[in-house]
Design a protein around this ligand. Structure first.
Ligand SMILES: Cc1cc2nc3c(=O)[nH]c(=O)nc-3n(C[C@H](O)[C@H](O)[C@H](O)COP(=O)(O)O)c2cc1C
Length: 183
C-alpha cells in the first residue's frame, strides 16, 4: 500500500451516491448536486449536507432555513453534470435544464419531479468544518415512488439504477447481479 499524508485531494473513497439539494428563497429556486451528504440520525430523523461557502446554495440554505434532498436515476447524469457546472448566482438552473418541481408539503423547499425519493428538511444546525459547512436538516417528510422500493423499503435495483459519482465527471451505477443477501 502506498501512503499519502492526510487525505490527498482525490476521489479514492468514491463512488458515492449523488443527491440534489433544492432550495427556495422568495421567488428564487436553486438546485445543487452533492456527493457529500449523509443520514445522521433516525430519531429524530436528521440528514446532513455539506456545502462549500463558495456555492450560491450555501447562502440560500442559510437564509431560507430549509432544503430538500432529491435522489435521481442514472439516466439523469447529464442534467446533474450540467447543474454542477453552473451557478444559481448567474442562471436559473430549473429553466436552463427544463426541470419541473413542486413546493414541499412541510416546507417551501422545491421537490424535483424526476426524483424517486426526496427528503424535506428544516435546517436545525450548521457547523463549519474546514472548507465546507455541514447543514443538519430535520426531515419533516419523505416522498418516494412506491414502485421503486420493496416491502422492506429497500431500493429495487433490478428496476431502477441509482446515480453514483466516481469523481472527475465520471458517473456510474450499481450492478444488480452483484446483490447478495448475507445472514
Ligand atoms: C456530482 C457532483 C457532486 C458535487 N458534490 C458537492 C458537494 O458535496 N458539496 C459542494 O459544496 N459542492 C459539490 N459539487 C459542486 C457544486 O454542485 C457546484 O459547484 C455547483 O455548480 C454549485 O452551484 P450553486 O453555485 O448554484 O450553489 C458537486 C458537483 C457535482 C457535479
Amino acid at each position: 500500500m502506498k501512503i499519502a499524508e492526510g487525505m490527498p485531494k482525490t476521489y479514492y473513497h468514491y463512488p458515492r451516491i449523488v443527491a440534489i439539494a433544492g432550495i427556495s428563497l422568495g421567488r428564487e429556486v436553486n438546485f445543487i448536486p452533492l456527493v457529500w451528504h449523509t443520514g445522521l440520525s433516525f430519531s429524530p430523523p436528521l440528514y446532513g449536507i455539506s456545502i462549500s461557502p463558495k456555492r450560491y446554495s450555501y447562502e440560500l440554505v442559510l437564509k431560507s432555513g430549509e432544503f430538500s434532498v432529491n435522489f435521481v436515476e442514472y439516466k439523469y447524469r447529464h442534467i446533474v453534470e450540467r447543474m454542477g457546472s453552473v451557478s444559481g448566482r448567474d442562471i436559473d438552473k430549473a429553466k436552463l435544464l427544463g426541470l419541473n418541481f413542486k413546493k414541499g408539503v412541510k416546507t417551501n423547499a422545491p421537490l424535483l419531479d424526476i426524483s424517486y425519493i426526496v427528503h424535506e428538511c428544516e435546517l436545525i444546525e450548521h457547523y463549519k468544518l474546514g472548507d465546507h459547512t455541514l447543514f443538519v436538516g430535520l426531515v419533516k417528510a419523505t416522498h418516494y415512488k412506491e414502485d421503486y422500493f420493496d416491502d422492506k423499503t429497500m431500493l429495487k435495483v433490478e428496476s431502477i439504477s441509482p446515480l453514483l459519482y466516481l469523481g472527475r465527471h465520471v458517473y456510474i451505477t450499481v450492478d444488480p447481479e452483484s446483490k447478495s443477501a448475507e445472514g
